[in-house]
Structure formats: C-alpha cells, structure tokens
Design a protein around this ligand. Structure first.
Ligand SMILES: [Zn+2]
Ligand SMILES: [Zn+2]
Length: 118
C-alpha cells in the first residue's frame, strides 16, 4: 500500500487560508492511545483516530490516496474515497446488478411456490 496523502490531513480540513495552531503537549483522547497531537491538529484525536471520530463526514475521507483493486474487474486505481471498491460506475453498477440478481434468485427460490406480483 502506498500513501501519497499529506502527513497532516487536518491542514486541509481547516478554513481556507487560516492556519491555527493549538497548544502543544496534548494527547489523543481516544482510550489506549498516547499519541501526542500536533499543534496544528484542531481535533482532540490523533491522525488515526480523527478518521474514526469523523466517521461519516465526507471531508475526513479526502486526504489519503489509496491504491485499490476493483472488486469487479480487478483493475487497479487510486482513490481518496476510503470506501470505494470499484474503478468506475460501470463496475459498481455491474457488481450491484450481479448482487441484485443473486438476491432475486435467492428470493425466487423462496417464492417459487407463490406467484410473486410486484
Ligand atoms: Zn489516537
Ligand atoms: Zn472495474
């Protein structure tokens, strides 16, 4: 795995053109984590836990470039989206359609005795 993102992901999170520093000597508030926080880190978490703390917030997912193998066609691509698994919409749709077909087939077996009307 290759990380080409910045070492200070929070640097891109702050408001544009406004670099604030925070007092030093702070430690990540995540239990069992003793990471000293950067003075440029506006959060209470280290880089690792800031991600999980900000889980669901789109911005937090934009800093690290991941190298991913498409789960459908196997092509390698780079993405900043931590949850992306497909190289493109075509593969995403194709994999989704395949899953859906499989699910439909499974439910068809269950419903095989009764005529299903949509
Ligand atoms: Zn931490
Ligand atoms: Zn693909």
């Amino acid at each position: 795995m290759r990380l080409t993102g910045t070492l200070h992901p929070w640097a891109t999170v702050g408001k544009a053109g406004r670099v604030r520093s925070h007092e030093g000597g702070r430690v990540c508030v995540q239990s069992d984590c003793a990471t000293i926080l950067s003075i440029y880190n506006p959060t209470k978490f280290c880089a690792v836990h800031a991600q999980s703390a900000a889980c669901g917030r789109h911005r937090a997912q934009e800093h690290a470039v991941r190298e991913v193998t498409c789960a459908h066609c196997g092509a390698e691509f780079e993405t900043r989206n931590q949850t992306r698994r497909f190289c493109g919409d075509r593969c995403r749709m194709a994999a989704f359609a395949r899953r859906k077909r499989a699910a439909v087939r499974a439910s068809m077996i269950l419903l095989s005795e009764q005529e299903a009307t949509p």
